[in-house]
Design a protein around this ligand. Structure first.
Ligand SMILES: [Zn+2]
Ligand SMILES: [Zn+2]
Length: 339
């Protein structure tokens, strides 16, 4: 009898919780914050026929708009695919926006060095220098000089870039921690760092760097795991409105998370804790790892409401969420002294 009552109470609570979670996700903002910022989904790395993609800018923009992305960067290799004309066709308020970018593409000693430029006004020519680190720095400098945001792409593509290289680079605050291209070795292996390990090495070394997930999509005509198809990695940016300046400011501030399939209803740092609300998806189960200095897992929390209470003295705390489906999400580091 007792058990039965407990079951009924639990069912009622589940229904209430589902209702609350529905309320919380409506419009992407929590109901108790009038005029709150919203989440915007975007892919920062895509190719068209202007470099080695298989589809026109129109076809690529259509794919992302049809799949309910809010913003998209067409990042062709050493080519600026201009967005003004495309935006007259595709942009619509609060629904879709193309942001201008380029994949500044070069190499050093036979190793590929690809640095994306976001919110770019004019073409940036790639620069070569005498080491991988110096080449990255030269291109970061060129992108900064063009008043755009630099991001280091797929470090393990061609096993080109290590955390040791990146420790020598300044003015770089974005790193791909997930890239959907099948040839980029996100997980490392054979003695090479995974992108998560690389990120932790940089954070531990004192770098203020945010992690992004991207498609690096080239192939829209055929879907196959051996191809670089769209829809594999994205960021969710929290901003007041869908506008170039707002998205840029939020990316620069690290007010976003990266995902390969997990949606979060909320991420917040308050009351001395980092709190995350995961949006449940079918039967999927979730584990969240709160990670600190040296890549050490400080705490693992199962379920959809993981929280980490700061102990004081942590250099940084970030979170990686793993779903039973194989999908991941990456929550940006909270740095000691900034909370
Ligand atoms: Zn590339
Ligand atoms: Zn690319």
């Amino acid at each position: 009898m007792k058990l039965k009552r407990a079951t009924i109470v639990r069912s009622i609570l589940t229904v209430i919780a589902a209702g609350l979670s529905l309320l919380a996700t409506r419009g992407g903002a929590t109901p108790d914050q009038p005029g709150a910022k919203k989440w915007y989904k975007g892919n920062l790395h895509t190719h068209t026929v202007h470099s080695d993609g298989d589809s026109t800018p129109n076809e690529v923009a259509s794919w992302y708009k049809d799949h309910r992305y809010h913003f998209l960067v067409l990042s062709d290799h050493n080519y600026l695919t201009e967005t003004a004309g495309l935006n007259t066709v595709f942009a619509s308020p609060e629904k879709f926006l193309l942001i201008q970018g380029e994949e500044v593409t070069t190499s050093s000693g036979g190793k590929p060095v690809h640095v994306n430029a976001y919110h770019l006004g004019g073409l940036v020519d790639p620069v070569q220098a005498d080491s991988v680190a110096a080449t990255i720095q030269a291109n970061v400098n060129a992108i900064r000089a063009a008043r755009a945001l630099p991001s280091l792409n797929h470090p393990n593509f061609g096993w080109a870039v290590t955390s040791k290289d990146l420790m020598q680079v300044s003015n770089l605050n974005l790193l791909e921690v997930y890239n959907g291209h099948p040839m980029v070795n996100n997980r490392g292996g054979g003695g090479a760092e995974s992108l998560d390990e690389m990120w932790d090495a940089l954070l531990t070394g004192g770098k203020r760097i945010h992690g992004i997930a991207v498609d690096d999509a080239h192939h829209f005509k055929t879907i196959d795991k051996t191809l670089s198809n769209p829809g594999r990695g994205w960021i969710m940016v929290r901003a007041a409105r869908l506008a170039d300046a707002d998205i840029r400011a939020a990316i620069e501030a690290g007010d976003f998370y990266a995902s390969s399939g997990i949606t979060l209803n909320d991420v917040r740092t308050d009351g001395g804790a980092l709190r995350i609300e995961i949006k449940p998806d079918g039967a999927a189960r979730y584990s969240t790892y709160f990670i600190g200095e040296g890549g050490k897992a400080l705490k693992r929390v199962d379920g959809i409401n993981p929280e980490y209470r700061f102990q004081g003295g942590e250099k940084y705390v970030r979170a990686k969420i793993q779903a039973s489906t194989g999908d991941d999400a990456w929550v940006q580091p909270v740095f000691g002294g900034s909370r």
